[in-house]
Design a protein around this ligand. Structure first.
Ligand code: FAD
Length: 199
């Protein structure tokens, strides 16, 4: 899978700390704080469980090559905005399928590919017969790959990483959550450092 960080809030940690400080500030008292002061405050916010300031910074990702199965899990997160490649309008290619490692280890990769080929042949036949893509897609496996943009704030990214990066989560969405964590840690290390340390 490909996980690309497309955009994010400018100086995200500064934005979170700035939003948080208003709770103790009188109008006109705003001043510049160092990034060390911002980091110190963010750690306190985390310790206090004061999560709303973390909603003031966010990021947009482009994700390519996850299965429709993974997509179904991801889209359960209601605070995320999604834009997904449509199977109504875009024809699916045969090679666009995720093969789980466990299937390979069970020695079933060849049979799996045969099954995929069969379903894709039927998909192609349906298209050739004039069946619209939106109906022909019913013949495709849940392992079919998709691409999407997603956007949310850091509070929700933390929630997703905690839930989906855990060992109880399925491997594909766990890989995705770990990918989010790695990239977000580069732009907002203090916001995500406890999650990284917990790994
Ligand atoms: C290991 C694992 C196994 C799972 N197995 C299943 C399964 O078998 N079947 C299944 O259907 N789902 C399953 N899920 C999905 C799970 O039930 C949640 O739908 C999914 O993780 C989204 O979580 P969320 O609702 O906390 O997150 P989000 O939708 O991202 O919401 C974030 C937070 O906002 C708050 N919130 C959002 N909407 C509401 C609301 N309407 N009311 C109150 N508070 C709200 C909650 O605090 C919530 O935690 C599984 C998830 C995991 C991690």
């Amino acid at each position: 899978m490909k996980i690309e960080l497309v955009r994010h809030t400018d100086r995200p940690e500064s934005m979170i700390a700035r939003a948080a400080r208003i709770s103790h500030q009188t109008t006109g008292e705003e001043k510049d704080y160092s990034s060390e002061e911002d980091k110190e405050l963010i750690r306190k916010l985390r310790d206090w469980g004061h999560w709303s300031p973390f909603e003031f910074s966010g990021a947009t990702f482009y994700v390519e090559g996850i299965s429709r199965s993974c997509l179904a899990q991801l889209t359960r997160h209601r605070l995320v905005s999604f834009m997904v490649r449509s199977m109504r309008y875009v024809k699916q290619n045969q090679e666009e399928v995720v093969i789980p490692q466990s299937v390979k280890e069970a020695g079933l990769a060849d049979e799996y590919r045969e099954g995929i080929t069969k379903s894709h042949d039927l998909y192609q036949k349906a298209l050739d017969e004039g069946v619209p893509k939106e109906d022909a897609r019913f013949l495709l496996p849940i392992g079919s790959k998709t691409s999407l943009y997603l956007k949310t704030n850091f509070r929700e990214f933390r929630h997703i990483i905690e839930l989906r990066g855990g060992k109880e989560a399925q491997w594909e969405i766990r890989d995705l959550a770990e990918g989010f964590l790695a990239r977000l840690s580069e732009i907002a290390p203090t916001v995500f450092e406890d999650l990284t340390e917990a790994r």
